[in-house]
Design a protein around this ligand. Sequence first.
Ligand code: G3I
Length: 367
Amino acid sequence: MIKKLSTLLFIAVMVFADNVDAQIPSLKNVFKNDFLIGTAMNAQQIEGKDAAADELIKQQFNAVTPENCMKAEIIQPGWDTYNFDLADKLVAFAKKNNIKINAHNLIWHSQLPGFMHHMQSADSVREYFINHITKVASRYDGKVYSWDVVNEALNEDGTLRKDIFLDKLGDNYIVEAFRLAQKAAPHTKLYYNDYNIEQPKKRAGAIALIKKIQAAGVRIDGVGIQGHWKAGAVPMADIEESIKEFSALGIDVMFTELDLSVLPSPWDKVTADVSETAQGSAKMNPYTKELPDSMQRVLAKSYADLFTLFMKYKKQIGRITFWGVNDGQSWLNGFPIHGRTNYPLLFDRNFKPKRAFYSVIATAKNH
Ligand code: G3I
């Protein structure tokens, strides 16, 4: 009798477990004929220490971007000293689960290894630049699908950001970065990635950059518009114009770090520049317990509008990546103000789909 009961209980659990999975549509399946659907993966997820995230990643996404583990400060912590452990684990996870990796990133002014912070010698910066790109990109050629070769090289007005690479290597460093990556990783797609390049002035700067790379006869396969926007204030017209103008260059357009903050901004601008922070207050952190339904609706509408636009241009768009699996993972809980409770993604802190998730799914069914 007991054996029979335990068998029935086991079947019930399995059915329920199956039912739970079956009840949640899969983003990657719903959009499988349109574009890749990705997420950022953090160290805990890559190490397989987050079972719930692991399950959701495998069910929902066919692309992943390492949130931090392939950045220079982690992958080359010391001069010519590399740590590929987490990156190799990500490659193994992705291969096992038939997921494409967008590697992130080779050249960025932020999260540089400590030994780079006050480097004066242009020759040393050049040696680092050449060695880092060549060593890292060649190691993962054929194992990752794409690289963010250069990340966030522009100012808001479209001019080149004054960082160590511009200062020591001159304004051709971006072309050279892509030239080195092309040589080191012939089987890997090469992208320029930045935030706010849907904005006209910064977009013009990115277009000039891309044209300069192309004019040099160097390969660039796509551009990543990061998509760190604010729910209820998404620059839809600028985004549509950007899809048109970037795709006219003959390259893939991707939305690479999508999240929609629902919290008040301490400034009247939108930025993802991690060097900027602000003071906290109760007014700046209004939803510590839960997100009110009114804001759930604002978030859902913004995501629905975005995915309706993405579907309109699905031939020009290669990938949409969310910058995190669920709200609890989001960098926006700590930026630009530490210790806030934000709700920018499609899955809540219990890994359950939000209203916004279903509004995104619905856009596929309407096309
Ligand atoms: O791993 C260390 C941990 O050992 C230490 O105890 C802890 C406290 O100091 O820091 C941990 O490292 C943090 C890392 O995230 C992993 O959590 C770094 O301090 C923190 O600066 C880093 O933040 C990342 C941020 O880039 C800064 O570069 C965010 O996770 C990541 O989401 C964010 O992603 C960037 C994209 O790469 C580029 N586009 C903008 C986007 C948002 O800033």
